[in-house]
Design a protein around this ligand. Sequence first.
Ligand code: ADP
Ligand code: MG
Length: 247
Amino acid sequence: MIVVENLVKTFPGAGRSGKVAALRGVSLEIPDGEIYGIVGPSGSGKSTLLRCLNLLERPTSGRILLGGDDLSTLSGAELRAARRRIGTVFQQFNLLHSRTVIRNVEFPLEVAGIDKEQRRKRALELLDLVGLAGKGESYPSQLSGGQQQRVGIARALAVEPEVLLCDEATSALDPDTTDQVLDLVAEVNRRLGVTVVVITHELGVLRRICSSAARLAAGQVVETGRIVDLVADPESALGHALVPVGT
Ligand code: ADP
Ligand code: MG
C-alpha cells in the first residue's frame, strides 16, 4: 500500500508570498495491486505529486509510505535503493536515442550493477512481455510512438518495481494507440501484480483501466473513491463526468 500523508510541496515563485504551493496537504491511500488514477486540470499538482512519489522531488512536509517504509526522508544509498521500488513511464518516452531498444531496457540494470548476461535475459523477457520481441536491435527513432512507449514500459519494469507510475503516458499518442498501450498497462498489472498509478487529464484513461481514482484541484484532493462508486454517486462530479453522455 502507498500512503501519502498531508503532503505539501512549495516552490520558490512569483506572488506576494514568494512561493508557489503546488501541493497543499494531499492525503491518499493506494492499495497494493490497484490501477489508481489521479486526475485534475493543468496546474493542479499532478506532476508534482508524481515527482514526490518517484523520489525526484523532496516534499516540503508530509510523508510517503511504501509498504510501511517512510520514503520521504531518505538520502544517499537508501534513497537510490528506494527509487528502484518505483518505475516511471513518461509522456515523451524519454528513451536514449543513441542506444538500441534492448540497451534502453537494460540501462536501469546497468546502473544497478547487474551483470551483462542477466541484463540481456531480463531485457529479452520484458521485450516479449510488451510485444516487441524481435525489435531489440532497432533504434528508438525506427519505432512508432506506441512502440517507443512499450519500450518505456519495459524499461520501467526492468528493476522489478513494486509500483509503476505513468505521467500522461499516453498523451502523445493517437486514440487507438492509447487504447493499446493502456491495455498493455492493465496486462502488466494483472500478470506482474505491480501497483499502477496513472496520472492523466483524460477521463477516457480512467474509464478504460482504473479501479479507483483521486481528483486534484489547486494542489488538494477534492474527491476519491472506487470508479464504480463514483459513477453511482449522483453527488460525485467525477462520477458524473465519467458517465458518457446519452447513457
Ligand atoms: P499538473 O501536472 O497538474 O499540470 P504541476 O504539478 O506541474 O501540475 O504544477 C502545479 C503547480 O506548481 C503549478 O502552479 C506550477 O506552475 C507549479 N510548479 C510545478 N513545478 C514547479 C517548479 N519546479 N518551480 C515552480 N513552480 C512549479
Ligand atoms: Mg503535469
